[in-house]
Design a binder for this molecule. Structure first.
Ligand code: SF4
Ligand code: SF4
Length: 510
């Protein structure tokens, strides 16, 4: 058997400039470390790969393989992959590097190897870590492979069983000690606002010095949105006109502290459409960030606290305006399925979760839409489009605004590189994807970019600024809110034609 990893599906390989370091045991191309024993592709103990026939999964061998017995990636789900390759062009990491092991099919192959008893190597972890979790492969797969389940299970195994290098561990601990905690984020607002106002931020970005010192710090710095005044959603907002129901509102963590205008706009729009809105101020993180990064126990803790809090409100639905949070909350049913005390409560809560565009399209508009003369490009957040299948509803709502022109973005299915905290953990590929998205957004000629996720707003704003482009940014619900209230496009950061002619720079809507 050869020492080198054999690519089971050979493809031409473009340059791999931004590929994350695959780990100390791998070579420059990310290949398996020397000494790795190549598995026979046809007779892998966990099934058959490298042929066009469906995998046949036999009894798994015992031994210290990559995965332990606690929720490993399910062999039957791995077997659903018929390795047709339809998912490859949809996968951002495959688009960037052309590496089979950085494609959905390649990652499923690695999971199969792990199930067959292969150890969890640095190289394997590198390929799993490089996945954005964007779920474009779930949309693209004609065989219905549940890659979302597979990567979630694999990530949790990696977090439990793999020891990362000290710097990586420290960065991850810092991220997870900060982002899921709104109060800690709030403490950062003052110093961050001061820093932005002194102009140091602008000078640093222009000089690119930070990028040379630390791409991670540069990514974090460039992602911080311009901070405006804090806005708080009242604990209860009464329905206007005929009452159509009572809904809870997820305030979120980054959304609440860095994009508070999105939450207040959501409460106003729901109220205008006939809903009482309940927003418990003490609510914590929904657990999405932890869940998407394999921190299973932490995600379960957040989920239990969230469920308990909203059970007390007795709302019919819980409305979410952040795509990543919504997809994780709809998944509570799986996250807590092994917990006898919580399984049914989690399933009931998952059934109540609605994205704001989903519920508004479901009930139909009653509030009057005033004209909004603006050209917009709509960006499908991956966790809304791919993970929740919500694409038509936001477009339908936007088309319902008189005067608004909606333009589609080329390669709209490809992730912008935000992907939760991916752009902090993997700044270089995230930057490449962001630059690609920025080019395609600017090519639409739209004045306003609209999307449904705070992470995408920060990522695309930063990429557009780097490209020297000018486009305002807003959440879908902010556009609806402006139309219902009869506000001009300028309220969304879109300049009037005269200001644009004078060369005023456009800013993301704070
Ligand atoms: S499209 Fe689906 S079945 Fe085909 S290789 Fe990708 S994951 Fe496997
Ligand atoms: S989730 Fe996205 S990055 Fe990961 S394998 Fe699927 S398409 Fe590729």
């Amino acid at each position: 058997m050869a020492d080198e990893e054999v690519d089971p599906y050979p493809v031409p390989r473009p340059s791999a400039t931004s590929r994350p370091d695959p780990g100390p045991g791998a070579d420059a191309s990310g290949e398996r470390e020397a000494g790795h024993v190549e598995r026979d592709l046809v007779s892998s103990p966990a099934g058959t790969l490298g042929t066009d026939a469906p995998l046949s999964i036999g009894p798994l061998p015992k031994g210290p393989g990559a995965f332990d017995d606690h929720r490993p990636p399910a062999a039957e789900l791995v077997a659903d992959c018929v390795h047709c390759g339809f998912c490859l062009p949809a996968c951002p990491t495959y688009v960037l590097w052309g590496e089979e092991m950085d494609s959905p099919r390649g990652r499923i192959y690695l999971m199969n190897e792990g199930l067959g008893g292969e150890p969890m190597t640095d190289s394997m972890v590198g390929h799993i870590d490089a996945c954005l979790g964007c779920m474009a492969c779930v949309t693209a797969c004609p065989s219905g492979v549940q890659y979302d389940r597979l990567i979630e299970a694999t990530r949790a195994q990696v977090e439990r069983r793999h020891r990362r290098p000290p710097a990586d561990r420290a960065l991850r601990e810092a991220i997870f000690a900060l982002f899921p905690y709104p109060r800690r984020l709030r403490l950062m607002r003052g110093p961050l606002r001061l820093y932005q106002r002194t102009g140091i931020s602008g000078r640093l970005r222009k000089s690119a010095a930070l990028q040379r010192i630390s791409p991670t710090l540069a990514a974090m710095e460039s992602l911080a949105p311009p901070l405006g005044k804090p806005e708080r959603v009242p604990e209860r907002t009464a329905a206007q006109g005929h009452r159509r129901g009572t809904v809870g509102l997820l305030l979120g963590c980054v959304q609440r502290e860095f994009f508070p205008g999105v939450n207040t706009a959501t409460a106003r729009v729901l109220s205008a459409e006939g809903f009482d809105v309940i927003a418990p101020p003490s609510q914590g993180c929904c657990g999405a960030l932890s869940s998407h990064n394999g921190r299973e126990e932490e995600a379960q803790r957040f989920a239990r606290a969230f469920i308990e809090q909203f059970e007390r409100t007795d709302v019919e639905h819980v409305v979410v305006n952040s795509a990543g949070c919504g997809s994780a909350m709809k998944d509570y049913v799986h996250l807590l399925s092994d917990d006898p005390e919580w399984a049914a409560r989690a399933a009931a809560m998952s059934a109540k979760i609605r994205d704001v565009s989903e519920i508004l399209a479901e009930v139909g508009a009653v509030a009057t839409r005033h004209p909004l003369d603006v050209t917009i490009a709509y960006h499908d957040a991956c966790h809304l489009g791919h993970a929740q299948g919500i694409r038509a509803q936001p477009r339908e709502l936007l088309h319902g605004i008189p005067g608004l022109e909606l333009r589609e973005i080329a390669d709209g299915d490809i992730c912008c590189g935000s992907a939760g905290v991916y752009n902090i953990l993997n700044p270089e590929p995230a930057r490449e994807l962001g630059d690609l998205k920025a080019r395609n957004v600017l090519a639409t000629g739209a004045e306003l970019l609209v999307t449904a996720n705070p992470g995408c707003l920060m990522q695309v704003a930063s990429s557009i600024e780097r490209a020297g482009g000018r486009v305002a940014l807003a959440h879908t619900v902010e556009v609806l809110d402006a139309s219902i209230r009869g506000l001009p496009p300028a309220s969304l950061g879109v300049p009037n034609p005269r200001a644009a002619a004078d060369g005023a720079a456009l800013q993301p809507n704070p």
